[in-house]
Design a binder for this molecule. Structure first.
Ligand code: ZN
Length: 233
């Protein structure tokens, strides 16, 4: 990600891991201690009912699964992944917050898991855009969109590592101004659903920077003005 200024340096030191997307009943993520790059560290994941605040589940295990994407991105020897089987079926309908710590430090991107219709209805009731409640999309208006890639020119040595700790993927990762589009938001641009999980010094206000695998694709995207939709629920 393209960086300006010093605020980012502080964040980089705290990068200790993140959750990836849920795969069915598996919670996937990674975590490490950068001062012990080849040592597996313990991860604790807790699942809390968002409405009642009750902790319904807690897992504690080492994050030691090898992942080539981690090694390729400079995360030690790459043996820092974890996969946790979570039986969501055993829980009542509702929204659950999934939080984790690695070596005592919080993972950068807590997730929300929504089960059943109840939470969906709640989310829609909170939306002021009643006319869009059946589409699941809410227009955020027109944004300037640009592209970036893992190259030095675009990302200044960060490669695919994002400010939230996830590994950037094409057709998935966007950098945003989190005051406009909060981290973790799913937004649709030109039919593709992206996740807001990165930021950059040059991304301010109504501006989305879209991650591409190559600089050629980045150049091809250029600068555009595109309508951005928030994906609800
Ligand atoms: Zn580039």
């Amino acid at each position: 990600m393209f960086l300006i200024g010093g605020a980012f340096t502080a964040l980089a030191a705290d990068l200790d891991g993140s959750f990836d997307d849920f795969e069915g009943n598996t919670i996937v993520g990674w975590g490490w201690d950068s001062s012990l790059p080849n040592t597996g560290v313990p991860v604790t994941v807790t699942i809390t009912n968002k409405e009642t605040g009750e902790q319904v589940k807690s897992f504690h295990q080492p994050a030691v699964t090898y992942r080539s994407d981690l090694e390729e991105n400079g995360i030690g020897n790459g043996r820092h992944g974890f996969r946790i089987n979570m039986n969501w079926d055993a829980l009542a309908d509702g929204a659950y917050v999934v939080e984790g710590t690695v070596d005592g430090k919080a993972l950068s991107n807590p997730k929300t898991y929504v089960k059943g219709e109840t939470a969906q209805t709640t989310a829609e009731n909170n939306s002021t855009e009643e006319s869009h409640e059946h589409t699941g999309l809410k227009s955020l208006g027109f944004f300037r969109t640009t592209g970036y890639c893992p190259c030095k020119q675009c990302s200044e040595g960060w490669g695919r590592r994002t400010s939230t700790g996830s590994i950037a993927k094409s057709s998935h990762t966007i950098a945003v101004d989190p005051r406009i589009i909060p981290y973790g938001s799913k937004v649709m641009i030109n039919g593709i659903i992206y996740t807001a999980e990165d930021r950059g010094g040059g991304v301010k206000g109504n501006h989305v920077d879209i991650f591409f695998d190559t600089h050629a694709q980045t150049r091809q995207h250029g600068k555009q003005t595109q309508e951005v939709f928030l994906v609800l629920g």
